[in-house]
Ligand binder design. Structure first.
Ligand code: AMP
Ligand code: ZN
Length: 135
């Protein structure tokens, strides 16, 4: 789609692809190797994608994981999708985040993507009730 950043990713940025999905590095990585996987077709969110596209994304997640394992040797991954403005989505072309994780990259990784709750439930904030720890 004209004007969509992810519809206009340049060939040289592409890390891996298949018939329906493309992977490239996030421009503002939250960790070394942070990668995005998108549909080739412009769809705004996860729920507008069709099952073939989701299968293609899943296959690419496995390919990207192999590449990232070779390049960075992470100890784990967070894989996830923000769906809608309320959930924090800022670019409205479906993208999966594949975020390599390294032991010690944060002091207490417990909770992983569940830690989004900290931003929903104020009393989970660091230093307050629960000490910022996910259950
Ligand atoms: P979200 O908040 O889930 O919509 O994520 C959007 C992601 O796109 C963020 O992680 C950004 O760092 C990333 N991003 C923004 N612009 C670009 C770009 N031109 N190329 C690659 N990644 C980008
Ligand atoms: Zn697009």
């Amino acid at each position: 789609m004209k004007g969509c950043i992810f519809c206009n990713i340049s060939e040289r940025e592409i890390m891996a692809e298949n018939e329906l999905a493309v992977a490239f590095y996030d421009k503002y990585p939250v960790n070394e190797g942070h990668t995005l996987i998108i549909t080739k077709r412009h769809v705004e969110t996860l729920f507008e994608a069709d099952l073939d596209e989701l299968a293609a994304i899943n296959r690419l997640i496995f390919d990207v994981k192999r590449l990232l394992d070779e390049r960075y040797g992470p100890d784990g991954y967070n894989v996830g999708v923000n769906v809608g403005e309320a959930a924090g989505q800022t670019i409205f072309h479906l993208h999966y985040h594949v975020i390599p994780r390294y032991l010690g990259d944060v002091a207490n990784p417990r909770g992983g993507i569940r830690r989004v709750k900290k931003s929903i439930i104020p009393y989970w904030a660091e230093g307050e009730k629960g000490g910022g720890r996910a259950p």
